[in-house]
Each structure stands twice: as structure tokens, then as C-alpha cells.
Design a protein around this ligand. Structure first.
Ligand SMILES: [Zn+2]
Length: 263
């Protein structure tokens, strides 16, 4: 965080993180504003585990990254539970495995509109490869991180515009790729959805400057190897958005949607 120039963070953690979070908060007063709880959604106890985490202070579900369908029963029960508990739910959508054994996650984003309709009281945060690749209307699950010009009218762009209960997490190579692949697309996209997009890092570099493993475990993301994803995306946002929009994307929207409190 220091290396990338980030003052505060909300963490995507595992469901059992409550105690570690209080320790972290005590160690770095004022910097950590909350945490989301993730778990394996295929576990029969997933609902119980996440509800317990919220009781212990988690302010959202996520990231949820399991080998299921986005409209399958495992996630549906959690969409309903998130609405019941009044917390947002962040889902990792991925149709193309990065390695031969990785598999896919929350598949079927192209028809996710049905879920947005079926769970109108649920606050969804879209995240990862398929969410971001679908900003382009011509995405056909052909690769994890498509490059080049964006065909206007993609599913993600349309759903963000049409549904008040969908937001977008700008994190990771996927978010950075969507914002950087077609410079003519990005300014208007950010303007259109300036109240719906939320900065996130999802970078494993050790120093906020690209040191350590960075993107080394994901061959598809070699574009950002040796770089800090957070720093790259912040730089891009700062260059592309007005100062007022930049503040929304990196601060105001997260505070509103994740209900963060900071002094
Ligand atoms: Zn993810």
C-alpha cells in the first residue's frame, strides 16, 4: 500500500479472518476500513460460514471464486443471503482457465442479467476476467484477456447501465486490461459508470512497485509482470478521469457501496 501510494484498504479475506483483522487494525490504526469474507461456495455450510463471518464483522461476501455456474444453486442461495443480511457480494467470473488445471469460475456471465433481475435487492460486485472481457460485444470466451479495440455495446457495459444493483471492481489484470486495451473507449466508459466502478488492487507484488512474484503465477497476465497492478491502474485512472471522478472511483463509491467508515 505504501509503495503504490494507497492510504486505506478494504480487504478481501477468508471467512475466518475476524481476529486477524482486529490485530491488523490495532497495528495500523486508521488504515484498514473493513473486510469481506470468502469461502468455498460448494460447501454445504457456505451460508452458515458467511453468516457467521458477518456476525463477526465482515461487511461483504467475497471474493467468491468456485467452480460453479453463476446462475447455479450454490451461488443463488448466497445472492439471497447477501440481500437478507444487507451486504454486497463480490464474484469472480472466469470462462477461460489460465493453466491446464485451473478450471473456470462462476460461468455464464453473458446471461447474468437473469440473476440481476431475480435478486433485485442484492448488491453485486462484478470482478475478474469474464466480467471485464465482456465490456466488448464481440467477446466469445476465446481468451482470458482479449486485446485491442472494444466493440461497443458489450454485456458488462449494458448491465452496469441498466441495473442499479450491479457494480464493477476495477481490480487485477482483468480490470486493467479492460481500461487500457482501447484508449478511445475508456474515458466515456468511466464517465458513464463513474458511480458504479470501484478501484481495487488484487496485486501480489511485495512492494507496490512490482517486486516479488507480481503476475508470475498467471502466464496470461505477463503484460503486467514486474509491475504493480494497483499502481498501473491508479496511474491510468488519474490520467483518464477528472479529479472529481477519480475520487469517486477510488474513494466515494467504495465508501457508499461497501458502507466503509473512515475519519
Ligand atoms: Zn479474483
Amino acid at each position: 500500500m505504501d509503495g503504490a501510494g494507497i492510504s486505506n484498504a478494504m480487504l478481501l479475506a477468508r471467512a475466518g479472518y475476524a481476529e486477524q483483522f482486529s490485530e491488523l487494525r490495532a497495528k495500523y490504526p486508521g488504515r484498514y476500513l473493513g473486510w469481506f469474507a470468502g469461502t468455498d461456495v460448494t460447501s454445504p455450510d457456505a451460508s452458515k460460514i458467511l453468516e457467521e463471518a458477518v456476525k463477526k464483522g465482515a461487511i461483504g461476501f467475497g471474493e467468491l471464486k468456485s467452480h460453479v455456474e453463476a446462475a447455479g444453486p450454490e451461488l443463488r442461495r448466497l445472492y439471497a443471503l447477501a440481500a437478507e443480511l444487507g451486504v454486497p457480494i463480490l464474484v469472480h467470473f472466469q470462462e477461460v482457465p489460465h493453466t491446464p488445471t485451473e478450471g473456470t469460475f462462476a460461468t455464464g456471465f453473458k446471461t447474468f442479467e437473469a440473476m440481476l433481475k431475480a435478486y433485485p435487492k442484492t448488491t453485486f460486485i462484478g470482478h475478474a476476467d469474464a466480467f471485464w472481457a465482456n465490456v466488448s460485444a464481440d467477446y466469445a470466451n476465446q481468451e482470458a484477456y482479449p486485446a485491442g479495440k472494444i466493440a461497443r455495446g458489450g454485456v458488462t457495459d449494458k448491465l452496469l447501465g441498466d441495473y442499479a444493483n450491479l457494480y464493477g471492481d476495477l481490480a487485477a489484470n482483468s480490470g486493467n486490461n479492460a481500461l487500457s486495451r482501447d484508449p478511445q473507449f475508456t474515458p466515456d466508459f468511466l464517465k458513464r459508470h463513474q458511480d458504479k466502478l470501484i478501484f481495487g488492487s488484487d496485486c501480489s507484488c511485495a512492494d507496490g512497485k512490482g517486486g516479488g512474484v507480481s503476475q508470475a503465477n498467471n502466464p496470461g497476465a505477463s503484460r503486467l509482470a514486474g509491475k504493480c497492478v494497483a499502481r498501473e491502474t491508479l496511474t491510468l485512472l488519474k490520467k483518464t478521469a477528472t479529479p472529481q471522478m477519480f475520487r469517486k472511483l477510488t474513494w466515494d463509491n467504495a465508501h457508499r457501496v461497501y458502507k466503509l467508515k473512515s475519519s
